[in-house]
Design a protein around this ligand. Structure first.
Ligand code: GDP
Ligand code: MG
Length: 177
């Protein structure tokens, strides 16, 4: 699948899934360009970006990132992006219980139809909006633990935990490959 083989230059295919508006595109933009655009456009279909990071031991990891649209009308296209992906990052918005339910839908979908060795990460984004929080950290932690997923809360706005998300996934993927 999309996991890297060469110990020095790994290639990781990663797909972002989750409800429209949870911040998937902003997470990618923050990771790839170090920017946050509060007027970012709705993703149509899916978009592709890549970013290479260097690890301490001089290994490089090239992330090939598929950022999908969350809208229902594109749901049938999702398998095109998650099949062959080494890592699936499933995002919800900590101010939206509906988006947390949708994240659980994606986890089940991947458990049923995804590659059995796909690494899944659950991400609670918009962690800067603490006063509007409606999904407890514990709920995210518990769900992720039950489903053998890595869990992290991020903010694309403040950049909190964005690099940690990708670095962590990368480590898990290398362990798996
Ligand atoms: P997507 O549909 O999942 O790709 O969501 P977008 O990346 O387009 O973001 C949807 C909206 O949420 C935009 O108005 C962003 O400015 C906003 N947003 C994204 N990430 C964050 C975040 O971490 N904090 C806050 N406060 N807003 C965010
Ligand atoms: Mg988007």
């Amino acid at each position: 699948n999309g996991g890297g083989q060469d110990a020095k230059n790994l290639r990781v295919k990663l797909v972002l899934l989750g409800d429209s508006g949870v911040g998937k595109s902003c997470i990618v933009l923050r990771f790839v360009r170090g920017q946050f655009d509060p007027t970012s456009k709705v993703t149509v279909g899916a978009s592709f970006l890549s970013q290479t990071i260097a690890l301490q031991d001089s290994t490089t990891v090239k992330f090939e990132i598929w950022d999908t649209a969350g809208q229902e009308r594109y749901a049938a296209l999702a398998p095109l992006y998650y099949r062959g992906a080494a890592v699936a990052v499933i995002v919800y918005d900590i101010t939206s219980p509906e988006s947390f339910s949708k994240a659980q839908y994606w986890v089940k979908e991947l458990q049923k139809h995804g590659s059995p060795d796909i690494v899944m990460a659950l991400v609670g984004n918009k962690a800067d909006l603490l006063e509007k929080r409606e999904v407890a950290v514990q709920d995210g932690t518990d769900y992720a633990e039950k489903n053998g997923m890595f869990f992290i809360e991020t903010s694309a706005k403040t950049a909190d935990n964005i690099n940690e998300l990708f670095e962590n996934e990368n480590v898990r993927t290398m362990e798996n490959s």
